[in-house]
Write a protein that binds this ligand. Structure first.
Ligand code: NAD
Length: 453
């Protein structure tokens, strides 16, 4: 099928590249000329493991093109995937102006029937507004524009695998044609009939993804309700961690055993600096707004948000307790991205934590395997290190702020030699307190009484 993708960010690029990978003809655009320039010249403006291989395949087979002309992009596809950003407004509600702009463009530029697919995360009832906008702006053309919701559940860092091997594909539709078209688009994924670019020679066995057909309102609600639930889970684990610390228990032991219960599940139970990124914080806020607007008291979500904000202060207390005076001291920071395996620093707890330390007069020397360039754009006032050892050099403490795997396996003797004081403050519970103490480090983390005694 011919598919247009509007918005070439994390979701748009993964969507466009993966749809091309499974055999569709994809044209993609973005209103950021710098991003398009990188893409048109054969590069990738984001770091996402495996995406380089997928985009290379698609380019080689001429199934993926990038265009700066949005009108031409819209006219190229039978289905148009809207993948633009929906950032938070100052009051936390979702800013849907990019969706509105795209609706206007589609309505005025389309010359043949289109299926308009909301892939961006939007509050419930946005599809209804989108339909209205398309009808209003497109009233002169008379072109048939159907709307569907197809929320995206991919996670940065594992996005290609998540897209090609999802647990479920949710489609919110109002007519059979839209359902048929979406089923056709995802057929290779549902039937696993594509040549998988990440698993060679063959994908691991597992259940085929469920194709879940709902109303548009339900599909939109599924996405916000899912992300808010994940946020709740993380905040819950963080509260249990605080309690474990007071009671002399170990949060890692507790959550590991909790997670073995299939009713609970082991993911999103990690205690630490809390959640960040472009999804959970903003989706939680937007969901709170939606509930308030709808007259539903969903204050438990506000509590989850408050707990999450409080993690930075909680961590800072540990830093202060260990360093006593912070002003003038150099602190090394490992990790800037909001999570491992991405270069995304949007709403990153690592960045929040650095800002907190800077406000108290600390000097920061930070390292991240992929996110330094993005961090420089929003945090020019700190020093950037070339390696974890360079970040440790002459530091009085080394903070682990992102759970990159490489931070688990450092040459700790080298780290120790580089530091002024061998103090590790592990904001992601990445290391073993026992091992770190045996190596001669002072070590602090979340929810492990033995480490924090
Ligand atoms: N990042 C994730 O992990 C993830 C996962 C699931 C869902 N989502 C949702 O997907 C949406 C996009 O997220 P993202 O992380 O890809 O954001 P992003 O900021 O990386 O990408 C959005 C892109 O849209 C472009 N854009 C904005 N307005 C435009 C317009 N009028 N015309 C053309 N391009 C335009 C921007 O330049 C940008 O490149 C959001 O609603 C987000 O909540 C994100």
């Amino acid at each position: 099928m011919k598919i247009s993708v509007i918005g070439a960010g994390y979701v748009g690029l993964v969507t466009g590249c993966c749809l091309a990978e499974i055999g569709h003809e994809v044209v993609c655009t973005d209103n950021d000329p710098a991003k398009l320039k990188v893409l048109e010249s054969g590069g990738l403006p984001i770091y996402e493991p495996g995406l380089d291989r997928v985009i290379e395949n698609a380019r080689k087979d001429k199934r993926l093109r990038f265009l700066s002309d949005p009108g031409e992009t819209i006219r190229s596809g039978d289905a148009i995937f809207i993948c633009v950003g929906t950032p938070p407004l100052p009051d936390g509600d979702a800013d849907l102006s990019a969706i509105d702009n795209v609706a206007r463009l589609i309505a005025t530029e389309a010359r043949s029937p289109k299926l308009v697919v909301e892939k961006s995360t939007v509050p419930a009832r946005t599809g209804q507004e989108l339909k209205r906008a398309l009808a209003v702006y497109g009233r002169k053309s008379g072109v048939e524009l159907r709307v569907a919701s197809n929320p995206e559940f991919l996670r940065e860092g594992t996005a290609v695998g998540d897209f090609l091997h999802p647990d479920r594909i949710v489609v919110g539709v109002e007519d059979e044609t839209a359902e048929k078209q979406l089923r056709e688009i995802y057929r290779p994924v549902i039937e696993r009939s594509f040549q998988c670019p990440i698993h060679t020679p063959k994908c691991p066995n597992g259940p085929a993804p469920s194709f879940v057909v709902t109303t548009i309102n339900s599909a939109e609600l599924i996405k916000h309700a899912s992300n808010s639930f994940l946020a709740l889970k993380i905040s819950y684990a963080n509260m249990v961690a605080d309690l474990a610390e007071k009671l002399g228990a170990d949060i890692e032991e507790v959550t590991q055993a909790m997670g073995m219960d299939p009713r609970i599940g082991s993911t999103f139970l990690k205690a630490g600096l809390g959640f960040g990124g472009f999804c959970l914080p903003k989706d939680l806020q937007a969901f709170v707004h939606l509930a308030e607007r709808s007259g539903v008291d969903f204050s438990m979500l506000k509590e989850a948000e408050k707990i999450n904000h409080g993690r930075i202060e909680r961590f800072y207390e540990k830093v202060r307790e260990m360093l006593w005076v912070i002003r003038g001291k150099q602190i090394g920071v490992l990790g800037l991205a909001f999570k491992a395996n991405t270069d995304d620093v949007r709403f990153s707890p690592a960045i929040d934590m650095i800002r907190h330390l800077l406000a108290q007069g600390a000097r920061i020397r930070a390292y991240d395997p992929e996110a330094v360039e993005r961090a420089k754009a929003i945090l020019p006032e700190i020093e950037y290190a070339k390696s974890p050892y360079d970040a440790a050099q002459d530091s009085e403490a080394l903070v682990i702020a992102t759970e990159w795997d490489e931070f688990r396996k450092l040459d700790w003797e080298r780290v120790q030699k580089a530091m002024v004081r061998p103090l590790i403050l592990d904001g992601r519970n990445l290391l073993s307190p026992k091992e770190m103490k045996a190596r001669g480090f002072e070590y602090r983390c979340f929810g492990r009484a033995s480490a924090n005694a």
